[in-house]
Write a protein that binds this ligand. Structure first.
Ligand SMILES: Nc1nc2c(c(=O)[nH]1)N[C@H]1C(S)=C(S)[C@@H](COP(=O)(O)OP(=O)(O)OC[C@H]3O[C@@H](n4cnc5c(=O)[nH]c(N)nc54)[C@H](O)[C@@H]3O)O[C@H]1N2
Ligand SMILES: Nc1nc2c(c(=O)[nH]1)N[C@H]1C(S)=C(S)[C@@H](COP(=O)(O)OP(=O)(O)OC[C@H]3O[C@@H](n4cnc5c(=O)[nH]c(N)nc54)[C@H](O)[C@@H]3O)O[C@H]1N2
Ligand code: SF4
Ligand SMILES: [Mo]
Length: 750
């Protein structure tokens, strides 16, 4: 190390793997970042994005001061006090004139990668009292939340493959070698897959595209997009049909007989052709799962962002249960939160209210992102007139994003919490930038329940914040106070203090709690931390799975302990805990009522697909190793090479249509059309095309000059906001019917 350089440990906030990074800092810059070998969880692994954390943090186009839009439409930098006052005026005016439902909230993917947002978003939702709450959950994993909520009584009880001990891993619709795992916090997946294979384990991938993960698999089953629910049902059918199910304890599992009955009509013979495969292949998949000493089924975006997202997500865990692999070492297991997870119990209630325009059911207190534009565009009582947009870019991330682009321009007021002026935030009246990455702490609030090991880690900020600059938690707390009517001057720390009081009050009052009867004030006084955010983290840790329970467990963790051990503490592999999750008197619902109610639609789909002739192309998504959705294309170190926006099309289809490499092609969906550059390839089969999302940069008023140099096109100009998975309201990004034709027709490239 050069003199003046200090080395620090920092959890990477860029994806769900949560690798530990070693960051060399000179002055206020990160000069070198690499995987931290002493990290108890990731042991030195890091991907190109993590290594570029310095470039991401130091991107000159990130905003550092709040921006307020001027009468001439341009943004001007203002002080934080002025910005919050403007927000209070803007939101206040809309709520006063049009009521609370007229103010909507939308938060995006980084919510799970930050501390301030998850700590404050629930109180914010309560303070708003608006029915118009949206998030990236309904363009992503909501079907899995619904299936977990219905089966296990907890929407975040999502089993993860116990990859380090499994003998057989079946992956559907996920490409974890590129995404680095999702709903599965598993650093160094490449190394873990190598270890699986070295010990004689088997990896099978079901994907319409020959992905990097498919390339390293022992078997790649190509599937016709959108048919995983049928494929999985055929596995369930085979398990029953061939007597391959493991004995399930009736005291723990309900609904096995109804499930057996329902699976009857989805035999491998009935579905194979529609799935683009053979009955033998399907029976083989089921037999292998049943025969393995331990096995796990894992599925992601290719099975959730589809029209049968909830049914497919449910069937994944049905197969895990029927093969005896749910909740056992080497199978699909429940992770354990390092912090107290206050969670609802009992089966999930769906549709406690419905969206105003399309009547779509609420799920987990949210409405589908796919209907936000309807709620903005359609006049009447409850019409959305203002938006609080936190860490999101739905113009590029939501279905029919181009419609949303127009709708956002029409709002009376919009405030964004975001470091960039991008395709979405350019519509804001006020932009509140969070501090730099290196000025922020990292603590995993959402993802630790999905981790493959029981670990506890905390990273304090590596740099002090610039004078006067609020933390992201303070920004969110201020917004919450504004939305609750307390006004822009209220002290954000007062909100944390109230929340701590509330949690401690509940803990000492809970019968059977080890802290029952203790004095909350005395417990509160024990909390340590530099600020109220850290004190909240200390509280969560102490009450969490590995916590010291305020001294009752002297070898447990708290904030002070973890500050001394930035490399983290490992408490070992996952342990069976189904009884804890489901509750002593409850059972796993193998055949939950709402899912059963959606099966006639699957039967109809099967019949219709059998009749289908050769038709339009089906569009699927893909991700790039050196991208994160829409917001890292501005980083030179991560751009270029294979990280570009091109339409993959089967080479034979391309030849037939007269399309060559790099040619312009028009792709048309129900919602709209784009002109993309073609990449003929045998990675995708006949009839399948693939475009990545998060592109379509370079619009007027954005400030991402590097991204604008290679703007790409917005795949969500094609995707249809009118089609959702009915149970979860999730958007459909895979198996989208599109027409493909050579040339640009009458279209301009975005
Ligand atoms: N067609 C298609 N569409 C898709 C997908 C697909 O597979 N295909 N995937 C979907 C999925 S899974 C997701 S999660 C969504 C993602 O869509 P969104 O969550 O809407 O957006 P992102 O592109 O992740 O952009 C995140 C925003 O947060 C900002 N940001 C980054 N770091 C921080 C921070 O620390 N604090 C704050 N306040 N802001 C920050 C960025 O500048 C950016 O504006 O896209 C979805 N859209
Ligand atoms: N490098 C990188 N990492 C990321 C992100 C990123 O943008 N870049 N984004 C992050 C986010 S927000 C998320 S949610 C995760 C997502 O993590 P993953 O789900 O692992 O990522 P995807 O690349 O969307 O994988 C979906 C796969 O489903 C396949 N597929 C499409 N349609 C179907 C179908 O009908 N059936 C089946 N069986 N497969 C289908 C696609 O070909 C693709 O390989 O990744 C996260 N990690
Ligand atoms: S895999 Fe994810 S967490 Fe690990 S270094 Fe890469 S971006 Fe960061
Ligand atoms: Mo996502």
């Amino acid at each position: 190390m050069v003199t003046g350089t200090t080395r620090h440990h920092r959890i990477c906030p860029l994806c769900e793997a949560g690798c530990g990074l070693s960051v060399d800092i000179e002055g206020r810059r990160a000069v070198k970042v690499r995987g931290a070998r002493d990290d108890v969880f990731s042991k030195g692994y890091a991907c190109p994005k993590g290594i570029s954390l310095g470039e991401i943090d130091q991107d000159p186009e990130r905003c550092h001061a709040p921006l307020v839009r001027q009468p001439d439409g341009r943004f001007a930098e203002v002080t934080w006090d002025e910005a919050f006052a403007e927000v209070a005026r803007g939101l206040g005016r809309v709520a006063e004139q049009h009521g609370k439902d007229a103010v909507a909230l939308y938060y995006g993917n980084p919510v799970i990668h930050t501390v301030g947002i998850p700590l404050h978003v629930t109180p914010m939702r309560q303070a708003m009292q608006s029915r118009n709450v949206y998030s990236s959950s309904t363009v992503d994993q909501m079907p899995k939340n619904v299936s977990a909520g219905l089966m296990f009584g907890d929407p975040w009880a999502i089993p993860v493959p116990d990859i380090d001990r499994t003998d057989h891993l079946l992956i559907l619709g996920a490409n974890p070698l590129v995404s680095n795992g999702s709903l599965w916090t598993v650093p160094d997946l490449p190394g873990r897959i190598r270890a699986l294979k070295a010990r004689g384990g088997r990896l099978v991938v079901v994907d319409p595209r020959r992905t990097r993960t498919a390339e390293v698999a022992d078997q790649h089953v190509t599937i016709r997009p959108g048919t995983d629910a049928l494929l999985l049902f055929a596995l369930v059918h085979t398990l029953f049909d061939e007597g391959l199910t493991a004995p399930l304890d009736p005291a723990r599992y309900a609904g096995e007989e109804q499930l057996r009955e329902a699976a009857k009509e989805f035999s491998p013979e009935a579905v194979a052709e529609v799935c683009g495969t053979t009955p033998d292949t399907l029976r083989g998949l089921a037999r292998e799962l049943a025969a393995a000493d331990s096995a796990a089924v894992y599925a992601r975006m290719g099975t959730t962002a589809v029209a049968f997202g909830t049914v497919a997500s449910w069937l994944v865990d049905v197969v895990n249960a029927l093969t005896g692999n749910l909740d056992r070492p080497g199978g699909a297991m429940f992770g354990e939160a390092q912090h107290n997870a206050l969670r609802p119990t009992g089966p999930l209630a769906l549709g406690r209210w419905h969206s105003r325009v399309r009547g779509l059911p609420e799920v987990l207190g949210e409405l589908p992102a796919a209907t936000l534009a309807d709620e903005i565009d359609t006049p009447g009582e409850g019409q959305v007139r203002a938006l609080v947009a936190i860490a999101c870019n739905p113009v590029l991330g939501a279905p029919n994003g181009e419609r949303l682009d127009r709708s956002l321009a029409d709002l009376d007021f919009m405030v964004a919490v975001d470091p960039y002026v991008n395709e979405t935030t350019r519509h804001a009246h006020v932009i509140l930038p969070p501090p730099r990455v290196l000025e922020s702490e990292h603590f995993d609030i959402v993802l630790s329940r999905l981790a493959v090991r029981r670990v506890a880690r905390y990273s304090p900020p590596l740099l002090p914040r610039e004078e006067g600059r609020p933390s992201e938690a303070e920004i969110l707390a201020k917004l919450t106070l504004i939305l609750s009517g307390a006004g822009p001057e209220a002290d954000p720390a007062s909100l944390d203090s109230l929340i701590i009081d509330k949690i401690l009050g509940a803990v000492v009052a809970a019968p059977g709690s080890p802290l029952a009867g203790r004095d909350p004030a005395e417990l509160k006084a024990q909390l340590t931390g530099e600020d109220s955010t850290e004190r909240r983290i200390d509280l969560m840790l102490r009450l969490g799975a590995f916590g010291d329970a305020f001294g009752l467990r002297p070898d447990g963790v708290n904030l002070a302990v973890l500050r001394e051990r930035p490399e983290g503490m490992d408490f070992g592999p996952l342990r069976p805990r189904l009884a804890e999750i489901v509750g002593a008197d409850s059972r796993v619902a193998l055949f939950p009522e709402p899912v059963a109610g959606d099966l006639p639609r699957l039967v109809e789909f099967l019949a219709a697909e059998r009749e289908r002739g050769a038709g339009s192309f089906l569009l699927v998504g893909r991700r790039h190793l050196r991208s994160t959705n829409s917001w890292t294309h501005n980083i030179a170190a991560l751009s270029g090479g294979t990280n570009h926006c091109a339409l993959e099309i089967n080479a034979e289809d391309a030849r037939r249509l007269g399309i060559g490499p790099g040619d312009e092609v028009t792709v048309r969906g129900r919602a709209g059309a784009v002109v993309a550059l073609a990449e003929p390839t045998d990675r995708v089969g006949p009839g399948v095309v693939s475009l990545p999302h998060g592109w379509g940069h370079g619009r007027d008023g954005t400030r991402m000059a590097h991204a604008a140099k290679a703007p790409g096109v917005n795949v969500n100009a094609l995707t249809d906001e009118l089609v959702v998975d009915p149970l979860s309201g999730n958007a459909v990004f895979n198996a989208v019917p599109v027409e493909v034709s050579p040339g640009r027709g009458d279209l301009h490239r975005c």
